[in-house]
Structure formats: structure tokens, C-alpha cells
Write a new protein. Structure first.
Length: 644
């Protein structure tokens, strides 16, 4: 017994010595992952950060249980990547838990600067600024970087009790090099595992372990990509999306092998939430009894909802996926996108109008859902109203959106319509030039002394109107400075803004400007004026012989301006600029000048048209030259002089 104890102790000592030695060797071997000098120069080009090592292990043993383990080492080279020194982990107490979070920071030589364990991190409610109530919480560790480069190591584990999809592997962020990264998934084959590569051709290695299918992806030596101007990251950056046919979330099983199955699952959540009382339904029917068409009824009810309800995000219960009942919204007068869309659907139903709850990935030029790959690539809900002659789309969270004009927030993509027992993926409306119009009408009176008064009426719809709506919420001085920059106005001595009207999605704003001297230059008896008091387009693009990616503008648009100058009798026009007519494959720009000698007035009329918001890369050079030509044309001056 005694000898066996001694022998056992010796074995432990020897084993411990071997472990310590092996650990020391491993630490020495891994040191190169933490020292900035070990990064090859080729991996620093265009890089604000370098992923030295990243390893993600995912285990899916059933349709209701997922375990995720993450370990990553990133060297931050510049302050543009300082967010990589912040770890934010979201969780809730029912569906998503996080364990063993750790963030370790090293200096350029790989020496430890700071270690953040869970007890050092903030743990608080994940309020987003708009949610009234939420089940979500967040664990946060943030390190203030004193000097660059620094290396940040993060570790954490997640457990998900149910899922709609299996998330994404964002392989390479913008302006980040990747030296080594791997993603491994062990999955129960019965759930129908699927994946979709984007912007990369990367096939997994597949094996089987203990009855589970194992998929492994590995990348190495990916040099940093600098996005071309006006290109969303999702168009270029590599990623892989993961999903399963069979899901279980919040006790609700679903078949996500088709979009119809996804919609059917959502319809089970929406069951029994259209619960307006018979009395309230009768009130709704009476309120629209005088209207002849369903379109008129829908418009009246939509605009009434906009006046009465306000948007408040509520993320409670089954992952914030089930809408609150229509009766709740009717009483409380608020709701989130799900609740307000469901309420509007219930109101229309009471009026005898069919509509569909529509799930969409919202945001200007955001990545759309892919018809060929069913997954939960959505963040918003709107309403689809099919009428006899057309289909109306309603944005129910914004009281300022015009009826049937959802705007760039949800146009140009797919939405999932939820119907009883199923549904379908359909396209939302395409952005139209006619819906995004800006016009300026300016009358400028120039006095004998050279002082001037300008009275300008600005009319805006669509995305232009959104700009002016947002502007109206800011301080008056900020509004003035923004408009001076946005319209390229000469700095006035006096500046008055007035909101004239906002009706049927058309906003009219008035501007009054006073100048002690509006001319840009005087020489002898001559004065040089800009023939237009504002510019309707001033963007230019870098000169390039070729381009790899398409150019994404906000939307197709049309803008125009008319500047009428009235000069005193003692002033005469010496020279007008030549008319301008420019075109490229997807747009045009024109300027016309005229002089009325009898009234001594000069008129400058300009129009800019962009009839497509995504311009093919092959047309970049043509567009770049077109915009340079516009810029040059704007430099031409109107020349006047005193009469002899």
C-alpha cells in the first residue's frame, strides 16, 4: 500500500513535469501568434487588423440544441480597427447562454497587458435605444488602446436552446487579413444540414464521428480587401451561411426545407393575435363605409394608424418573433414592427381587405434573402396588400412614410409572405426614379449695390424627403450648415428656413437668403456669378481604368433646379455659359440658359437623372467621365457688367 502510494506520487510528479515541459514548448511555439513582428509584410497591406488564428467549433446534436466554442487572436494595426478590442456577447436567460468569456490583450512583443474575465466585464440589459422592453442582455469588455499594434485574444462558449438557422461564418472582415481560420460543425444528419458559400469557392472536408456528420472549412493567407467606393461589403467579402431543414424554437417545431415551410412556422406564432373585438371591428367598417375602393379604404386606415400609433420595440418571449396581439396595440397605442404590422393586418381584415405579414431584411442596400437558400435572413416586418390592379406595401413603423411608398429601406429585395399554413418568397417593389424627386425653384433679386435676396422653394419626395424630415429634427443652426454644404450654397449673411407643407409624401421647404455680395468675383465694371444658386449634383468618382464591383447608389433619382436672376436696369449681361447636354448609359444631365432683355432676367434650368441605382462595373469609366464632365460644367460663370 505504502509503495503503491509512493509509486503513484512519482507517476504524478513525472506526468506533471512532462505536462509543464510540453506546455512551455507549446507556449514558445505559439508566441509567434502574439508578436506583431511575426506578421508578413504582405499581410499588412491594406490591413487595419490581422486575424492570426480563429477557430470556431459548433456542435448540433438535435434541432433544439447548439453548442458553439470560439477562440480567436487578432492583431490590431490601426485605430480604424479599434472595435476589435471590444468584446460584446448577447444572451438571454431562455434561449441563449454564454459561458467562460475571456479577453486578453498583449503588446507588440506579445507581453500581457490586461486580462478580462467575466467578473471584469459589464453585464447589463441590451437596450438598443428604441426597445421599451427586452429579454436580451449583453456582456461587454472594452480595452482602451494606448499604442499600436496590440493583439487581442478572445474566448467564449455559447449554448443555444433552439434555433431558426445556424448563423454565418464571416470569414474576412473589410480591410482585415486572415493568416489562419477554421470553422467546424458536428451535426446530427437527421436535421437536414445545409450551407451556402458567398464570394468564395470553399468546399468542406466531411467525416463522421459518433454518428454525427463533421464538416470542416479552413482558410489561410487571405490578404486584406479594400472595398471599392459605393460597394456594400456583402457583395465582396467571403462568408458561409448555415441552416437546417428541421428546427425547434420556443417549443415550436418547423420544417425549413422550403420558404413555404418557414412561413408556415411563422403563421403558427401569429395564430390568435388578430383579436380585435367585434365592436372595434364594426367601428372600423363604419369608418370606411363611404369609400368606394379597397385602395381608398386601405389608405384611410393606414394614415389613421400612423397618426394614432407609435413605434416602440418590444423584444420579449419567443426571441422577439411573435407579434403582440392587435388588441394590445389598439389599447396601448404602440408596438414594434411585428405588432404594428399585425395590427394593420387586423384592421384591414375588419374592413374586408386581405393583406399578408411580410418578413424582410431591411436597410438601404442591405443583403437580400436568397431564393435558393432558406434561412432566417430577416430583421423587419412590413405588410403586403394585394389589390385588384396592383399591390401595396406598407411600412407600419414610420409615421412619416407615404402610403404605398416603402422606400429604400425595404425596396429591391425579397420578402417572405406569411399566409395561413404557408407562404412564399416574393420581390418587394423596385426603386423608381419617379418616387425620388427633388426640385428647387429660386428667384434671386440683385440690387444696384450688388446685394441680393434669394427666395428658394425646395420640393422633395422619397429619399430626398427623408433627408429633409431627418434634418427638421436637428437644431436650426445645424440645419443651415447642412443645407449650405448639401446644396453647395454660397455662405449667406442671413438665412431663414420655413417648412411650407408635407402632403401625400411631398415635402416643401422654403429658404430665404440675404447676401451683401452674391458675385464670386469682380474686375473693373464686370461681375462673375454662378448661374445657378445651388447645385443638384456634385458627386465625382475616382478615375480608374477598370473596376471589379458594381456601384450602389441609394436609389434611382431625378433632381432639377431653376434659378431666375433679376438684375437692375444699369446692369447688362455680357456672356451666358453655353448649354450643356451630357449622357451616359444610366443617366443624363442638362443645363439650359436664357436671357430676357426686356425684363433683364437670366434663367438657368438644370436637370439630373439617374435611372438605375446599381451601375454595372463595366460602366464605371463611362459614369466617372460623365460625372467629371458635370463637375466641369458647374464651374462656368455668368458675366454681367455695368452699362456704359
Amino acid at each position: 500500500m505504502f509503495l503503491s502510494k509512493i509509486w503513484g506520487t512519482l507517476l504524478l510528479v513525472v506526468a506533471g513535469s512532462l505536462f509543464i515541459d510540453a506546455s512551455a514548448q507549446k507556449k514558445q511555439a505559439d508566441l509567434s501568434l502574439y508578436t506583431a513582428s511575426a506578421i508578413p509584410d504582405s499581410m499588412k497591406k491594406n490591413a487595419n487588423a490581422v486575424i492570426r488564428m480563429s477557430k470556431t467549433d459548433v456542435q448540433v446534436r438535435s434541432s433544439s440544441k447548439v453548442a458553439i466554442k470560439k477562440h480567436q487572436i487578432v492583431t490590431i494595426l490601426t485605430d480604424k480597427a479599434e472595435d476589435d478590442a471590444t468584446l460584446v456577447l448577447y444572451y438571454d436567460k431562455k434561449f441563449l447562454t454564454v459561458s467562460d468569456p475571456e479577453m486578453i490583450v498583449y503588446d507588440a512583443e506579445g507581453k500581457l497587458l490586461k486580462r478580462y474575465r467575466k467578473s471584469d466585464m459589464y453585464d447589463r440589459a441590451a437596450y438598443d435605444g428604441v426597445s421599451l422592453l427586452t429579454d436580451d442582455r449583453m456582456i461587454v469588455a472594452s480595452h482602451t488602446i494606448a499604442s499600436y499594434p496590440v493583439t487581442v485574444e478572445i474566448k467564449y462558449e455559447y449554448t443555444r436552446n433552439g434555433f431558426l438557422d445556424l448563423s454565418d461564418w464571416y470569414i474576412q472582415p473589410e480591410e482585415t487579413s486572415v493568416i489562419s481560420s477554421s470553422y467546424n460543425i458536428m451535426v446530427d444528419p437527421s436535421i437536414g444540414f445545409r450551407f451556402k458559400e458567398k464570394n468564395i469557392d470553399l468546399k468542406p472536408k466531411k467525416s463522421t464521428v459518433e454518428g454525427l456528420d463533421v464538416y470542416s472549412w479552413t482558410v489561410s493567407d487571405l490578404k486584406a480587401q479594400k472595398l471599392e467606393e459605393a460597394t456594400p461589403g456583402w457583395v465582396v467579402l467571403p462568408s458561409i451561411s448555415f441552416a437546417a431543414d428541421k428546427i425547434m424554437y420556443g417549443g415550436h417545431a418547423g420544417d425549413f426545407s422550403s420558404w413555404s415551410g418557414f412561413a408556415a412556422w411563422q403563421s403558427t406564432l401569429n395564430k390568435d393575435v388578430s383579436d380585435l373585438s367585434p365592436q372595434r371591428q364594426e367601428e372600423i367598417r363604419n369608418s370606411v363605409a363611404s369609400f368606394k375602393t379597397d385602395r381608398e379604404k386601405a389608405r384611410f386606415l393606414y394614415e389613421a394608424m400612423q397618426k394614432e400609433m407609435r413605434y416602440v420595440s418590444i423584444q420579449l418571449g419567443i426571441g422577439g418573433l411573435r407579434p403582440f396581439p392587435a388588441s394590445f396595440v389598439d389599447t396601448k397605442k404602440y408596438g414594434d414592427c411585428k405588432a404594428l404590422s399585425n395590427y394593420m393586418q387586423s384592421v384591414l381584415k375588419a374592413a374586408g381587405i386581405t393583406s399578408y405579414y411580410a418578413i424582410v431584411n431591411a436597410g438601404e442596400n442591405e443583403e437580400p434573402a436568397l431564393p435558393e437558400f432558406v434561412n432566417n435572413h430577416f430583421n423587419h416586418v412590413i405588410l403586403c396588400v394585394p389589390l385588384a390592379k396592383d399591390t401595396i406595401w406598407l411600412e407600419c413603423t414610420n409615421s412619416n412614410v407615404a402610403f404605398g411608398k416603402p422606400g429604400t429601406f425595404t425596396e429591391n429585395r425579397y420578402a417572405l409572405l406569411v399566409k395561413d399554413g404557408g407562404g412564399e418568397l416574393v420581390r418587394t417593389p423596385a426603386s423608381r426614379m419617379e418616387d425620388n424627386v427633388f426640385t428647387a425653384e429660386a428667384k434671386i433679386a440683385v440690387s444696384s449695390s450688388g446685394s441680393s435676396k434669394a427666395d428658394i422653394k425646395l420640393t422633395s419626395t422619397g429619399s430626398y424627403r427623408d433627408i429633409f424630415l431627418g434634418l427638421s429634427a436637428s437644431k436650426l443652426e445645424n440645419q443651415k450648415q447642412y443645407l449650405i454644404r448639401y446644396l453647395n450654397l454660397r455662405q449667406p449673411d442671413q438665412f431663414v428656413i420655413s417648412e411650407i407643407s408635407d402632403v401625400d409624401g411631398k415635402r416643401t421647404t422654403g429658404i430665404q437668403l440675404d447676401y451683401s455680395n452674391l458675385s464670386e468675383m469682380k474686375t473693373g465694371d464686370k461681375a462673375f456669378y454662378r448661374p445657378r444658386i445651388l447645385d443638384i449634383w456634385k458627386a465625382t468618382l475616382p478615375a480608374k481604368d477598370s473596376r471589379k464591383t458594381d456601384v450602389y447608389w441609394s436609389c434611382p433619382s431625378m433632381s432639377s433646379q431653376v434659378s431666375d436672376y433679376t438684375f437692375p436696369a444699369e446692369i447688362e449681361v455680357e456672356a451666358l455659359p453655353a448649354d450643356v447636354s451630357l449622357k451616359f448609359s444610366y443617366g443624363s444631365f442638362e443645363t439650359r440658359y436664357s436671357y430676357n432683355k426686356e425684363t433683364n432676367t437670366v434663367k438657368c434650368s438644370s436637370q439630373f437623372i439617374l435611372n438605375k441605382h446599381v451601375i454595372p462595373a463595366a460602366k464605371y469609366k463611362e459614369m466617372q467621365v460623365f460625372m467629371d464632365d458635370i463637375s466641369r460644367s458647374l464651374s462656368r460663370k455668368l458675366i454681367v457688367r455695368k452699362k456704359a
